[in-house]
Design a protein around this ligand. Structure first.
Ligand code: SF4
Length: 441
């Protein structure tokens, strides 16, 4: 990534403020922190924009598999350690089916892949791709297997093929889905690269070791293919950790483009496969392909991924909305709190414990908790009233409006804003059930 000074050199330096910043230097600092785009300055020249594109590209390419909102992005990384900024695109997980299986067995595997979805703190964790492996070596069997997968799978797919003729047949029919084509270690890299480029699809290549992978990436790049995912062919955990670390350091620290691609691991199934996936999740993998994955393996793995790929600068948030809890009616209490996920789920759990139906209004405080948001001026009575107005909750219920005890001081102003009496609730979420029983008895 370019530095603030490098960006500053390209700007007109007139401090005209048209970008919304007081000076060109302030704008350059936003650019360096990826909080603005060069195009946001209306006076920067087209040549300057072009000049910066190459040097500001992330050291690890971004590769997209699939299309539309379900597309899976891999790579795009700028840092070695998450605390330096953040990791950009979460590692993806795939399970493989074989074209030597019959259609019912493939359907069963796809159904199991779909079942690997978990709801946690308002986010759905799920498997990202299904991969079809050309174990038969035949085109017809492969195409039939892909059809069997697509009958019930609408997320991105991947093809594992060694024969370029089979790959041509598959891409001629399915290139519009932008599948990842993964060529095995013995495949002709140049032929696969030309094919992937012709069809505009990303390519995965496997080569044994860091140097071999860099060589293969250069062959693919010369053939016009830049959307690459590299499998370094590690055969144990030590190789996986060492080689992936070397590749990421070369990409980030030395801007070594042949290794500036997302990394993947093709693993089998069972505990060793999961251990490899854990390692790859922690250290620089962008895709792990399993032969099979059980729910008890997927849940901790997905949770680890969520932890590693959470932006440390952005609190986990829920959407500003009205959340009915326990079928509330026209006289049910109205409660409200901030959109910090932990606050929402804690308050929600304590309301549920009371068994008293409640309208819970969540107010967007940019992920801040109650006292922090109030101190930062993001949880004022006006903002709460606006959220009430947006959801129409005051028309749905004439029940008591409960102000969180920690911000009791907003009661008077809020009462004025909404034209209703309010009651002060508890300081601690755990006391909500008792308080709800008192105000509804
Ligand atoms: S709009 Fe461009 S020239 Fe004007 S202050 Fe911003 S960066 Fe500088």
């Amino acid at each position: 990534m370019a530095t603030a000074i490098e960006y500053f050199k390209l700007l007109p330096k007139t401090n005209c403020k048209d970008c919304g910043q007081p000076t060109c230097l302030a704008f350059a600092m936003l650019l360096a922190n990826q909080k603005a785009k060069l195009e946001d300055c209306p006076h920067v020249s087209g040549e300057a924009v072009e000049a910066m594109k190459e040097s500001s590209a992330p050291p690890v390419n971004t590769v997209k598999v699939g299309t539309g909102e379900n597309a899976v992005a891999m790579g795009g990384e700028n840092v070695l350690y998450r605390h330096e900024r953040r990791f950009e695109n979460p590692i993806a997980y795939a399970v493989s089916v074989s074209d030597s299986w019959d259609a019912p067995r493939i359907a069963e595997a796809v159904a199991k892949a779909k079942s690997l979805a978990f709801d946690r703190v308002g986010m759905v964790f799920r498997l990202d791709l299904v991969s079809v492996s050309n174990d038969s070596g035949e085109s017809d069997e492969f195409l039939a297997a892909v059809d069997a997968v697509l009958a019930d799978w609408d997320l991105p797919i991947m093809f594992e093929i060694n024969d370029v003729g089979v790959a041509e047949a598959a891409l001629s029919r399915h290139a519009a889905l932008k599948p990842l084509v993964y060529a095995g270690e013995t495949a002709d890299v140049e032929a696969f690269a030309k094919l992937a480029t012709k069809h505009g699809c990303p390519l995965g290549i496997r080569a044994k070791g860091v140097e071999a992978a860099a060589d293969a990436a250069e062959i693919a790049a010369k053939a016009g293919c830049k959307d690459l995912v590299l499998d370094l062919g590690a055969s144990n955990l030590k190789e996986c950790l060492e080689w992936q670390t070397i590749a990421r350091r070369a990409a980030i620290n030395r801007k070594f483009r042949p290794l500036g691609h997302p990394l993947m691991n093709r693993v089998g199934c069972g505990e060793y496969a999961v251990a490899t996936a854990v390692l790859s999740t922690l250290k620089y993998g962008s895709l792990v392909v399993f032969d099979g994955l059980e729910p008890y393996e997927a849940l901790p793995l997905f949770t680890l991924r969520q932890n590693i790929y959470t932006d440390p600068q952005v609190p986990i948030q829920v959407k500003q909305d009205l959340y009915p809890i326990g079928d509330p009616g026209p006289h049910s209490p109205i409660m409200f709190t901030t959109n910090f996920s932990l606050t929402y789920f804690t308050v929600r759990a304590d309301i549920e414990k009371s068994k008293i139906p409640v309208w819970l209004q969540i107010v967007n405080t940019e992920g801040l908790s109650v006292l922090t948001a109030y101190s930062a001026g993001k949880f004022e009575p006006e903002r709460v009233a606006a959220a009430f107005e947006e959801s129409g909750v005051l028309d749905k219920s004439d029940g008591p409006v409960v102000v969180p005890g920690l911000v009791a001081r907003m009661s008077g102003k809020l009462s004025e804003e909404i034209g209703r009496d309010v009651v002060v609730g508890t300081n601690e979420s755990k006391d909500i059930p008792k308080h709800l029983r008192e105000i509804t008895s």
